[in-house]
Write a protein that binds this ligand. Structure first.
Ligand code: CTP
Ligand code: MG
Length: 249
């Protein structure tokens, strides 16, 4: 039995506002998708498990580009054309994995989180192996969070302050027993192509299907690159964390 990973890289990156799709935008001279793939493949659990098969979702016009960028990283890397939403892209990748024998654990990771520490990847796999069917990394929320009501003008009314002690901001990679994630995607397939209704994370689909989801400690370096500011922060983080991957087995 083996661990596979889906690496989502088929988005356009409209909020980043770069000419290239976000996953192809350089960070320290290398595209985000290359950083993310290398870190997924570098992870080792305490039991020595690692990602054996990596399925990457690419923008329709960039499948060959992504394939050649990932050549030479090692591992069994498959690049597929993504769908119109993140959910549909993941579903396309799961279809590829369904035809592979022996995959019993699957990670889903966003190329938009290029600097994920390999140790975080391993932590998620270990939690799934320990018997948790769906596992997400999460960080405590540090801002005070207020729920607002709707109003016509620029000023909105506060409905309440949400107690933040039990809130977690969730990251990727999210890890699953393969059959659990496949069933959750099948259950939510009717909204897969609708950007307004599709799930923004895979654990959410498991929740909708009635499954339990567990949280392990996330990591600041796994932050998502959404805006140009996030990319500038990632450049700084890369400089201080470059050795994380170089020192990995
Ligand atoms: N993604 C994907 N297929 C899509 C949409 C998104 O594989 N149809 C991937 C993105 O490449 C990214 C991850 O899902 O790695 C998270 O999505 P997000 O951060 O929203 O990226 P984009 O959709 O590219 O950005 P934006 O929403 O700003 O356009
Ligand atoms: Mg998006």
């Amino acid at each position: 039995m083996s661990v596979a990973a889906v690496l989502t890289a088929a988005g356009s990156g409209s909020r980043l506002g770069h000419l290239l799709p976000k996953a192809l935008v350089p960070l320290g001279g290398e595209p985000l998708v290359v950083h993310a793939a290398r870190r997924l493949l570098a992870a080792r659990t305490a039991a020595g498990e690692h990602v054996v098969t990596l399925v990457v979702t690419a923008p329709a016009d960039h499948v060959d580009t992504v394939r050649s960028l990932l050549e030479g990283l090692g591992g069994d890397v498959v690049v597929v054309r993504g769908g119109p939403t993140r959910q549909s892209s993941v579903a396309a990748a799961l279809d590829v994995l369904a035809s592979r024998d022996g995959v019993d654990v699957v990670l889903v990771h966003d190329a938009a989180r290029p600097l994920v520490p390999p140790a975080l990847v391993a932590r998620v796999v270990e939690a799934v192996r320990a018997g948790h069917d769906a596992v997400v990394p999460g960080l405590p929320v540090t801002d005070t969070v207020k729920q607002v009501g709707t109003a016509a003008g620029v000023v909105q009314p506060v409905v309440r302050t949400v107690p933040r002690g039990d809130l977690r901001a969730v990251q990727t990679p999210q890890g699953f027993r393969f059959d659990v994630l496949a069933a959750a995607h099948a259950h939510g397939s009717h909204v897969a192509h609708d950007e307004a209704l599709a799930a923004s994370d895979d654990a959410g689909l498991v929740e909708l299907a009635g499954g339990a989801v567990w949280v392990v400690a996330g990591h600041e370096d796994a932050a998502k690159v959404t805006t140009a500011r996030d990319l500038a922060v990632a450049e700084l983080v890369l400089r201080s964390s470059a050795r994380v991957v170089e020192e990995a087995p």
